[in-house]
Design a protein around this ligand. Structure first.
Ligand SMILES: [Zn+2]
Length: 344
């Protein structure tokens, strides 16, 4: 099969479009013929060699993918060749304490496609049958590939972990990212008021089209002053932070008592100082969140099928041009997701 492979860490130029033997489905596994793959910033970290994940070379990147069932391993029931599926990107053991609790995103034996095991920048992938989620006819392969990480992560952080409710005011940092733009849609569908920040007016225009109530260009305006002005000194109930660093540090000063600071990423700074006194005096909760359960993924796919949520695809590249797609992602000009189309 064709795949994007790399043998050494480095820039986009290390990605090569090459051939590798087709994988063969083992017991309980499904061979999926991929139609679309989604890019994530972690792909760049892995390619650069700073991700701290263990995997074998040559490696195939790609967390998100959707396609059709091409072959079934022994013992697989409930799926047929030709079925449209999206693949849950956390390969879990389905046996440990956390899997048994339905909190499979915390599986003790989990391995992520594209991080620890071969991913979706390829014509085929292997997945356990339990990880293949039926794709509703209304959801395209590209939309599915664009949704798993973004909507799954945002849903788990805001709803399952953060307790988002009608009437909350939410500050979303760096709204152009896949997860943050998905968070905006979830907040609006849930009846929240959203303040969004970004570094370009173009991204803020897109956020306004998606329902943001107030937008702030953080390169031109003091975010905290603007938030306090918009909320008439009240502050926000939730901060949804995908970036960490200074944004994380400053967030507590615009949160009202009982505010929830939801942290799902730290590309702008992994280690920060923060004022413990501000936290405890105002009953602020720090809520950490990572990935989501398969059940939550099925739920967001259903909401996409119903039109409640709608993935934002910034651009689409053929698989062989994955290096160009990486260059665009590194430029951080996208609003929403970058997708690879997989050839027949
Ligand atoms: Zn497990």
């Amino acid at each position: 099969m064709k795949a994007i492979l790399f043998d050494d860490f480095g820039g986009p130029e290390v990605l090569r479009y090459g051939d590798i033997p087709d994988p063969v489905a083992g017991p309980g596994e499904v061979l999926v013929k991929l139609k679309a793959a989604g890019l994530n910033h972690v792909d760049i970290d892995i390619r650069d060699g700073v991700s701290r994940f263990d995997f074998a070379m040559p490696h195939i990147l790609g967390i998100e993918g959707a396609g059709v069932v091409a072959a079934l391993g022994s013992g697989v029931t409930g799926l047929a060749v030709g079925d449209r599926v999206a693949v849950s990107y956390i390969r879990t053991c389905d046996q440990c304490e956390w899997c048994n609790r339905g909190q499979d995103n915390l599986c003790e034996n989990r391995r992520l496609f594209g991080e620890h095991i071969p991913g979706t920048y390829a014509q085929y992938m292997l997945a356990p049958a339990s990880h293949c989620m039926a794709l509703p006819d209304q959801v395209s392969f590209a939309d599915a590939a664009a949704s798993l990480v973004a909507f799954g992560t945002a849903w788990h952080g805001l709803v399952a972990r953060g307790g988002l409710i009608l009437g909350d005011t939410v500050l979303i940092h760096s709204v152009g990212s896949g997860v943050a733009s998905a968070a905006l849609q979830i907040c609006k569908a849930a009846g929240a008021t959203v303040i969004a920040t970004a570094r370009t007016d173009e991204k803020l225009e897109r956020a306004t089209e998606d329902g943001a109530d107030f937008v702030i260009n953080y390169t031109k305006t003091n975010v905290n002053d603007s938030v306090m002005e918009f909320t008439k000194g009240r502050g926000v109930d939730i901060v949804f932070d995908v970036v960490g660093g200074t944004a994380f540090q400053q967030s507590m000063f615009v949160m009202r008592p009982y505010g929830r600071l939801i942290s799902i990423g730290a590309h702008a700074g992994e280690v920060v100082d923060f004022d413990i006194i501000e936290f405890f005096r105002r009953h602020i909760s720090y809520i950490s969140s990572h990935t989501q359960t398969r059940d939550e993924l099925r739920h967001v796919l259903d909401l996409i099928a119903r039109g409640t949520l709608s993935p934002r695809i910034h651009s689409t590249y053929p698989l062989e041009s994955a290096a160009d797609a990486h260059r665009e992602m590194s430029s951080r000009t996208a609003y929403g997701k970058i997708i690879l189309e997989i050839p027949e």
